[in-house]
Design a protein around this ligand. Structure first.
Ligand code: NDP
Length: 285
């Protein structure tokens, strides 16, 4: 059996075209959507992510502002900048690229973002709203994964879903969105006793651990949908996920590649969230 490839690039292209149309409509009414991106320090991976996000904005009619600060920026200075962005009517979404330098309390910074501009969906108000089923914003990576299920006709109602990873930005919100869609959800993590047994019972697996080759063919039920969120480097420095792609694609029903799977979808959903924020703001103007 060879799994059907879930193409995140192709789906992103379709969704970004919709974003561009909505952005143009807002701009025509004098409400061009705007995203502020803030980067502190010189983490090379963060620089690449930020560059990709800004380019995606530019390509789709979203105005972006980019604040790049040295690692020596104080927490108070960063909070003051966020306060200014919260009050800037041209900015509808604020993204502070994580991780932040260790002298800055990330939690405090995220909580300083106005919830209606928190397009990453990490603010406690949005996390809580997600828990109760009425989120202003869904965190971009799990939101993108849900779009992949939808676009590929993968029925989640009654499905056994196993999420591997329990971070606030991927694993936990992923589990909540799957639950909302009617799946029976198991969240696994580094303390899980028999990960393989849980995985083998799953119709849907979402791997988000940052551990290369964690999910192997013997852990996958034939026909299962396997979503690989992980972003790792192999020994040759090539980007790879958490799933042994060659082995698992011989067993699974659907699989996402790395690169070209969840990664582009994450950026696409950031654009979607920014458009939604701008549309809400325009409706109140
Ligand atoms: P975290 O490091 O915050 O969380 C990793 C999770 O994986 C933890 O819950 C950890 O368990 C669990 N874990 C680690 N090792 C194992 C193991 N051997 N078995 C089972 N569970 C394990 O990472 P993130 O959630 O931020 O990111 C996860 C991965 O996804 C990373 O590779 C990251 O780069 C990638 N990523 C990709 C994105 C994309 O757009 N494609 C976006 C965001 C992240 P415990 O809690 O017990 O420590």
């Amino acid at each position: 059996m060879t799994a059907k490839l879930i193409d995140g690039l192709a789906l992103s292209k379709t969704l970004r075209a919709e974003v561009a149309t909505r952005a143009a409509a807002l701009t025509a009414r004098g409400h061009q959507p705007g995203l502020a991106v803030v980067l502190v320090g010189d983490n090379p991976a963060s620089e690449v992510y930020v560059r990709n996000k800004i380019k995606a904005c530019e390509d789709n009619g979203i105005h972006s502002s980019y604040d790049r600060y040295p690692a020596t920026l104080s927490e108070a200075e960063l909070l003051a900048r966020i306060d200014a962005l919260n009050r800037d009517p041209k900015i509808h979404g604020i993204l502070v690229q994580l991780p932040l330098p260790s002298h800055i309390d990330s939690h405090k910074v995220i909580e300083a973002i106005a919830p209606e501009k928190d397009v990453d969906g990490f603010h406690v108000a949005n996390a809580g709203a997600l828990m109760t089923g009425k989120p202003l914003f869904r965190p971009c990576t799990p939101y993108g994964v849900m779009k992949m299920f939808e676009a590929n006709g993968i029925d989640l109602r009654g499905a056994n879903a196993v999420v591997i990873g329990r971070s606030n930005i991927v694993g936990k919100p992923m589990a909540l969105l799957l639950l909302e869609a009617g799946a029976t959800v198991t969240i696994c993590h580094s303390k899980t006793r028999d990960l393989a047994a849980h995985a083998r019972a799953a119709d849907v697996i979402v791997a988000a651990t940052g551990r290369r080759n964690l999910v192997t063919a013997d852990m996958v039920k034939p026909g299962a949908a396997v979503i690989d969120v992980g972003m790792n480097r192999d020994d040759a420095g090539k980007l790879c996920g958490d799933v042994d792609f060659a082995g698992v694609s011989a067993v699974a029903g659907h699989i996402t590649p790395v690169p070209g799977g969840v990664g582009p979808m994450t950026i696409t959903m950031l654009l979607v969230n920014t458009i939604e924020a701008a549309e809400r703001s325009a409706a109140q103007a």
